[in-house]
Design a protein around this ligand. Sequence first.
Ligand code: NDP
Ligand code: MG
Ligand code: MG
Length: 340
Amino acid sequence: MTKVFYDKDINKAALEGMKITIVGYGSQGHAHAQNLRDSGYEVTIGLRPGKSEDKAMEDSFAVKSVAEAVSEADVTMVLLPDENQPKVYEESIKEYMKPGSALAFAHGFNIHFNQVVPREDVDVFLVAPKGPGHLVRRTYEESAGVPALYGVFQNVSGEAGDLAMAYAAGIGAARAGVLETSFQEETETDLFGEQAVLCGGLTSLVKAGFETLTDAGYQPEVAYFECLHEMKLIVDLMYEGGMENMRHSISDTAQWGDFVSGPRVINDETKSRMKDILEEIQNGKFAQGWILENQAGRPRYNAINNNEYNHPITKVGQDLRDLMPFVKQPAADGKKGGKV
Ligand code: NDP
Ligand code: MG
Ligand code: MG
């Protein structure tokens, strides 16, 4: 089995006394910054003026321009949206990093697809939490953590691996488990997971189920509970104890239906399309499309986002959740809450 590192396995001295700059204060940024500070590190935030800046100052961080914060850092963690990283890197990071310092990422996309070509005199590593930023913070406060992958792209100091692991421990990930990866593996598996299973696969599955029931004349409210709301209850059981735990909890009728009908929905044909998706991730076609979409001002992204928001499941969900105050209300404007 792959080695999983926990707090006791990690050389924390690698990061001791180092100045850490977090560039960006969004989903991941606020979590890394607050967790590292609570773990005893000196943290500065690099930002442009705006909402995030106000938030970081409210949270009592020293906030500087990206260039200034980077110029003082021993470790610069880039937690900007992936699409903005190449430009900010060229303009405000590249020339400002101290020789021998470390440049870090939480996702390998830009390094792996050559959108950021790092200077040769710095360490380059990644620490990628396998969960949304808000959980990275919440679990840390609960003395737990979100597992993370770490990987090294450039090892000038000879210590980049230890540094990455110590950083992962600093954000609480070593309480849950830290695994070694490469930028390539992290990037390709992350993109595949979110496209085929976690986000794309899941939303398409939920919508297809909801539409099948409502097209057949069943009430949308019932279809919503059945295909979306209950999803969390089932997933929680899998999260806690795997599929066997979930199957142990459901009725035998449900389990029999799982066995005979599940493979009719997700079958070899689906799997062969998953392989196509993986291939397009591996050969760079997906990345190229997404980079071009951003350069064009996101016409398709915005159009699809709008259509999706207008799906009947949105309205029925909003009405039902209004009546369930115990269900936390995220931003209901089609914008992301937590991200993966
Ligand atoms: P967010 O969109 O939540 O936050 C981005 C931050 O960057 C905001 O504070 C934003 O500030 C700031 N920012 C954007 N553009 C600039 C700019 N030009 N100059 C200075 N600051 C800027 O990003 P995420 O936290 O989601 O993603 C960060 C990284 O973490 C990405 O590489 C992502 O792939 C990775 N990741 C994300 C996960 C997640 O759960 N979200 C999970 C694992 C990895 P402003 O308010 O000014 O716009
Ligand atoms: Mg992910
Ligand atoms: Mg991702």
